[in-house]
Design a protein around this ligand. Structure first.
Ligand SMILES: [Zn+2]
Ligand SMILES: [Zn+2]
Length: 227
């Protein structure tokens, strides 16, 4: 499985050259996860899986655009005719399974489990929590591609009127959420903390990896991995 991280910037102003694009992950050169930038459409993906309808993951929320000739899957409907994804979808040798997550009080969100051959990768999008009943079925993962909006313990977590959590988990929380499934995390969707001192942030992430005994990879726009 080939993974190309197209964009690594969270919903903040651009400040560093290698982290300019909003979210996008291209798998095997043809399946796109999140459309944070309209230019990602140039990659000619026929199938786009959106984790949630925030503009840094679904640019058409901010700038409506024609998405003809493309299957767009999302956890809920928007103005454009999307396919509401609830069941796994098979594209060639790849199977894509949506897994509900908690992130926003206003939009639905999901992670995607991507399986191809023996390889299994989870892309979380933005996440504050994934219910245990879903995590218990994840099995062994080759890696988790996840967000790095907050490095601090606890991230930014709030509760709505009904007591449901929303916001972003911190990197330590995400590690603990998935460490029984993998020891490899590819970090993307960096928040403002990262850009205050990019070199220092790399060191901070390396120290966290050592603390938890996991491999934390700091992605940048255009970084590729072969699993
Ligand atoms: Zn985001
Ligand atoms: Zn979001």
């Amino acid at each position: 499985m080939k993974i190309e991280i197209l964009g690594t910037r969270g919903e903040i102003p651009a400040s560093a050259p290698r982290y300019r694009n909003h979210s996008g992950v291209l798998v095997d050169g043809k399946i796109l996860f999140d459309l944070g930038e309209a230019k990602f459409l140039r990659r000619k993906s026929k199938n786009i899986f959106i984790t949630h309808l925030h503009p840094d993951h679904a640019v058409f929320v901010r700038n409506p655009m024609a998405l003809s000739d493309v299957h767009v899957y999302a956890p809920e409907q928007s103005r454009s005719p999307f396919i509401t994804i609830a069941k796994p979808v098979t594209i060639g040798a790849c199977r894509v399974r949506p897994i509900p997550t908690h992130h926003s009080s206003k939009v639905k969100s999901c992670a995607y489990l991507i399986e191809s051959g023996q390889k299994r990768v989870l892309y979380t999008g933005d996440i504050v929590w994934m219910d245990k009943k879903y995590r218990s079925r994840l099995g062994r993962l080759d890696c988790v591609v996840t967000e790095a909006s907050y490095v601090r313990e606890g991230g930014l977590v709030r509760r709505d009127k009904t007591g449901r959590l929303y916001g972003h988990a911190g990197i330590p929380n995400i590690i603990r959420m998935f460490e029984s499934h993998t020891n490899k995390f590819i970090l993307t969707h960096f928040g403002s903390w990262f850009f205050k001192d990019v070199k220092g942030s790399h060191k901070r992430i390396a120290a966290l990896g050592e603390k938890y005994g996991v491999k934390l990879i700091v992605a940048h726009d255009g970084m590729t991995f072969t699993m």
